[in-house]
Design a binder for this molecule. Structure first.
Ligand code: UD1
Ligand code: MG
Length: 447
């Protein structure tokens, strides 16, 4: 990059997003498992700005938390994007570098494009600000960019204020601006509400800057998808589909086989190793990393889990946050693993719940085993050593420790610790009556 000035980034996210019809701030809606604001912050961080300030609305504590440690400023009344910028002016009082203004509902803007926008602002000393425009085949209800003959920007007209003729223009305002920090305050103070929506529009800046002897440059991106906006749930799902396709392509490029990519859903941070195979209908919630040569069978749901080399998961497995599955371990059908660590070579192949447990190497958990980790108040831990064998349909009532090589008889309800190499058996002794069944049937038949 060629520019030298220091940089402040202002993200406008005070809008409730009326068209989302939600009680949550628009910027908190999730895209591939991460709030919209998180996508933008992640990109912006790579510009190494001196400060990042996010404008939020009142009662948006969750958004403030998501943004932290970056600063948030509250815009008490949503009077428009121009007013939103005004709320941060006191924070930028002595700041004379570049101020990059971004909209919180445009999360996929790329680093390269932002760098270009900043460079555009520095192309000439008379350029007071640069606006990021995008050409659309079928332009949405965005503001239109009206250029001077020399290609600089004359003004921006909001869709609602535009004439039919102006709406024919395909070059639109994406909402991203780079403005001289030393001029921002005086220009913003001149914005009025003389428009169709009776709002303070940040898009009035080009005309105001011109009055002060400065030009507005336009930086155009050809990449329509990076400037998609989210204004409705439909927009959000369209963006989700696009991001999912990118994540699927990324997984395959890195050597994973997806049998039916369109049925597999990833999170922004999913990591798959080489030669991982993912069968159809698998969902990766945030925080999953999978090592090489892992097989994930159909209809499995994974979240917050590390899966080591050669493990086999599913079909119909649920791996929950705070868990790990060791090398070559097998978690089979209808097994739920919750805050548990299943060590190398251990197996739980059919029907069961492993909660707050450590399953030692090469232990075998029989079908239908339930670890009762919750007593209604506390979550309690169960620790199984190496090579433990749990017979089918056992209930292990935590807290519990079972030593290496111990065996638990099928159908047992285990409440006491079992030492290494011992047998734990806790069920009624069997009673067998010879001939009883035949006599019973005879008796019934006579009636
Ligand atoms: C805005 C632009 C429009 C552009 C479009 C691109 C203006 C006046 N219009 O319109 O030219 O084509 O984005 O998506 O700027 N916000 C606040 N406080 C407010 C109002 C908005 O923080 O008082 C925030 C919102 O949370 C949102 C962003 O600013 O993240 C844009 O607001 P929105 O209402 O979506 O503007 P658009 O109508 O999309
Ligand atoms: Mg918008």
């Amino acid at each position: 990059m060629t520019y030298r000035d220091s940089l402040a980034v202002v993200i406008l996210a005070a809008g409730q997003g009326t068209r989302m019809k939600s009680v949550h701030p628009k910027a908190m809606h999730k895209l591939a498992g991460r709030p919209l604001i998180g996508w933008l912050l992640e990109t912006v961080k790579d510009l190494s700005p001196e400060q990042i300030i996010v404008v939020i609305g009142p009662d948006m504590d969750d958004l403030a938390q998501e943004v932290a440690p970056h600063r948030t400023v509250i815009q008490h009344k949503r009077l428009g994007t121009g007013d939103a910028v005004r709320t941060v002016l006191s924070e930028l009082k002595d700041f004379t570098g570049d101020v990059l203004i971004l909209l919180g509902d445009m999360p996929l803007i790329t680093l390269g494009t932002l760098e270009k926008l900043i460079e555009t602002r520095h192309a000439h000393e008379k350029i007071g600000l640069a606006v990021l425009g995008a050409e659309y085949d079928d332009p949405p209800a965005f503001g239109r960019l009206i250029q001077n003959i020399d290609g600089t920007l004359k003004r921006i007209v909001e869709f609602k204020d535009a004439t039919d003729e102006e709406r024919e223009i395909s070059l639109c305002n994406t909402g991203a601006f780079c403005v001289r920090g030393d001029k921002l305050a005086s220009w913003v103070s001149k914005i009025d509400t003389n428009n169709a929506q009776k709002e303070y529009y940040i898009t009035d800046l080009p005309v105001i800057a011109a009055g002060d002897g400065f030009k507005t440059a336009v930086c155009v991106t050809q990449n329509e998808s990076e400037v998609m906006g989210v204004n409705s749930r439909e927009d959000l799902s369209a963006m989700e589909m696009m991001v999912q396709d990118e994540l699927r392509a990324f997984a395959m490029e890195n050597g994973a086989t997806l049998q039916d990519p369109t049925s597999v859903y990833f999170s922004f941070d999913t990591e798959l190793g080489q030669d991982v195979t993912v069968e159809p209908h698998v969902f990766f919630a945030p925080g999953v990393s999978v090592a090489d040569n892992v097989m994930i069978h159909a209809f499995s749901h994974l979240e917050g889990v590390r899966v080591e080399q050669g493990a086999q998961i599913g079909p119909y497995a649920r791996l929950r946050a705070g868990s790990s599955v060791g090398e070559n371990a097998i978690i089979g059908n209808f097994i739920e693993v919750n805050r548990s660590h299943v060590h190398a070579g251990a197996k739980a192949k059919h029907l069961g719940y492993l909660g707050d447990a450590v399953i030692g190497e090469k232990s075998n958990i029989g079908a239908g085993t339930v670890i009762a980790n919750y007593d209604g108040f506390d979550k309690n831990e169960t620790v199984l050593g190496k090579g433990v064998f749990i017979g089918s349909n056992a209930t292990l009532i935590a807290p519990l420790t079972i030593g290496d090589g111990a065996i638990v008889a099928g159908g047992s309800s285990i409440t006491d610790n079992i030492p290494a190499q011992a047998l734990g058996l806790a069920r009624e002794k069997q009673m067998t009556r010879e001939g009883w069944a035949a006599e019973f049937r005879k008796r019934k038949a006579k009636k």
